[in-house]
Design a protein around this ligand. Sequence first.
Ligand SMILES: [Zn+2]
Length: 281
Amino acid sequence: MRGIHRAKSTNRVVSDNRDPYRILLLTSIGLAGLCLIAAAYVWDITTPRQRDAITGSGAWSTPRIARRFDFPLLPSEQYGPYVQGISGELTSDTRYGVQNPAWGNQRNCFLDSDGNDVPFSQLFHSGVDLWALNSNGQVILGTAGSPIHAVADGVVTHVQDAGQDGYIIITKHRLQDGTERFIYSAFWHVDYVQVGAGDPVNLGQVVAQVYDQGGNSHLHWEMHTFSDGTLLFPPDTAGGRGTCNGRVAGVGYTWDDNPLRAHPDYYGYVDPIAFVSARIE
Ligand SMILES: [Zn+2]
């Protein structure tokens, strides 16, 4: 009856029904399996984790390799970084497109875990602000509404409504100089978004327009890679605590509790203009 040559169809059911020990064994295995599933679920929903969902790893398709990069506002010579309302000390070697982010009504973004002001020396601006400039480097009207182009082939991981700051778009780009190296481009203060999270984009594809903020209309642009590939929200920073912006932490101005780490390079922010300039064919 239990020989290996018996038929696999109805004989098994008949056999099982006639064997109480086998039923008990199967029931026990089933219950144990359910317990394991339940335990895994509880573990999953109660275990704190790095806020890395924005990386989209596993959620979206892997971008094809980005072999070439270009600037988001074209022609690139008509746009450039500009620092408006600059105040406070400058340490140009530690931040990009610096201005004092404690200026104006954003001060509450820059309080440490004790509620104290983070020193200006520990704040940094993680991107460049691009404006339409004349040949003398002065801001001219026309930045608002400028089409924004994908800086390389990639996959959009995030489109976020940031209220009065417009929208934020983050795109993941796969680099060819490594097996699992990625860099993210982030655009802030954009409008008329043409893409959604999960969409593949091509170099030069128009993804949005510069948001109209009147005289303050500009594109905030960052390029961000990660030393360990996953650290999108570094701990002890505005991003890690989710205190700044309230929407997409880690984008824009940020800071670090530790002065030794309060440097864009430490967390993988790279100078967008330098990065792209080195990768234009
Ligand atoms: Zn900015």
